[in-house]
Design a protein around this ligand. Structure first.
Ligand code: PLP
Length: 388
């Protein structure tokens, strides 16, 4: 790795910048994961995780990536041949439904244009048409990291309830948890899927499932093959503060510290901070004369903004210039958006001046790449940051 002065700006929408105090917490010596000190750590951790998910029920923590936590949500609740309803919000929704099909589930994939969130009306329509009740779960990505669009999960739940359909609701919050308001219990979500490397400000390596009573009941009869991802032995061992395998001890130290930081700031304040930074970013994009990819102002993401490039411009060229000149990483366009957009991550350990620096780097990169923009964009963002 080349050494460059100053800090690298890791402004992809996850993994995010890990705070120094979290890094320090993770550097403590690894302890016996079957000893009393570890049991105390687990017990405290599992309790302080619950408010972040907005639940009083169990949260299962796996050593694994978000993709593993997707799989855990499916294999614990469903059986081979079950139908599941996924909604095409973007690249990650597409990957999740591919996984479901690979596991032997029949997938109904509601088509989308990658500029809108999951439509509550479309979900309700599909469920209402399913008079035989063959759809067992609806799977939605809360914050589609590939597009910067946030689906309205509470509205989706209401629309599902209005049809009287009993399908479970599984929600991916990998790039929203700890950044965007989210309420597992209040919104009637059955499984919430999350990962460590975004709003929780940790390195990659932990996956999470928050689990409702209904999902737990489903897990008792679900027949998809599972072993490592099985919730039951983990929940059982967690009661005594342990895991049925060697846990990622040092990541758990980091998690405990990150949760303390979120608690100290206050979750409503954390969400308001993200909302404000997202608004300032959209101001910059519009001020430059460019377009925000998200096409519905009820669905703007507060954790990242995807910027649509003019037809004749290559987003990857802009990202390359910004990386080489200013040592800042931005998110690439994924799947069918490759080269068409770049994504600015503004989540996690992030403040006003981090955003100002990020947007200054983006503005200079656009100019160096020869994209015609109005340099007033940066000032428009600073106006939001300066306001009380
Ligand atoms: N879902 C969403 C919304 C994501 O943003 C990601 C990764 O960025 C994933 C799922 C996959 O998670 P992981 O890469 O940790 O396996």
């Amino acid at each position: 790795m080349t050494s460059r002065p100053g800090r690298h700006f890791l402004q992809i929408p996850g993994p995010t910048n890990v705070p120094d105090q979290v890094l320090r917490a993770m550097s403590a010596p690894t302890i016996d994961h079957r000893g009393p000190e570890f049991a105390a750590l687990t017990t405290e951790l599992l309790a302080s995780l619950k408010p972040v998910f907005g639940t009083t029920g169990p949260v299962v923590v796996f050593p694994g990536s978000g993709t593993g936590a997707w799989e855990a949500a499916l294999v614990n609740t469903l059986s081979t041949g079950d139908r599941v309803l996924h909604v095409e919000t973007g690249h990650f929704a597409t990957l999740w439904q591919q996984m479901a099909a690979g596991l032997g589930l029949y997938v109904d994939f509601v088509p989308g244009d990658w500029r809108h969130g999951a439509s509550p009306e479309a979900v309700a329509e599909r469920l209402a048409a399913d008079s035989a009740r063959t759809i067992k779960a609806v799977c939605v990505v809360h914050n589609e990291t590939s597009t910067g669009v946030t689906s309205r999960v509470a509205d989706i739940r209401q629309a599902m309830d209005a049809t009287g359909h009993p399908a479970l609701l599984l929600v991916d919050t990998i790039s929203s948890l700890g950044s965007i308001d989210y309420r597992h219990d209040e919104w009637g979500v059955d499984v919430t899927v999350a990962g460590s490397q975004k709003g929780l400000m940790l390195p990659p390596g932990l996956g999470f499932n928050a689990v409702s009573e209904k999902a737990l009941a489903a897990s008792r009869t679900a027949r998809l093959r599972r072993s490592y991802w099985d919730w039951q032995p983990i929940i059982e061992a967690n009661r005594r503060g342990f895991f049925p395998y060697t846990p990622a001890t040092n990541l758990l130290y980091g998690l405990a510290e990150a949760l303390r930081m979120l608690q100290a700031e206050g979750l409503p304040e954390v969400f308001a901070r993200h909302d404000r930074h997202a608004e300032a970013t959209r101001n910059a994009v519009r001020g430059w004369g460019l377009e925000v990819l998200c096409a519905d102002d009820r669905e703007y993401s507060s954790s990242l903004t995807a910027v649509l490039m003019p037809e004749d411009q290559d987003a990857d060229k802009v990202r390359k210039i910004i990386l080489e000149r200013f040592d800042m990483s931005l998110g690439a366009g994924l799947g069918k958006l490759a080269g068409r957009i770049f994504r600015i991550g503004h989540l996690g350990h992030f403040n006003d001046l981090t955003l100002a620096g990020t947007l200054a780097g983006v503005q200079m990169g656009l100019q160096l790449a020869g994209v015609r923009i109005d340099p007033g964009g940066l000032t428009d963002a600073l106006d939001v940051l300066r306001a009380e």
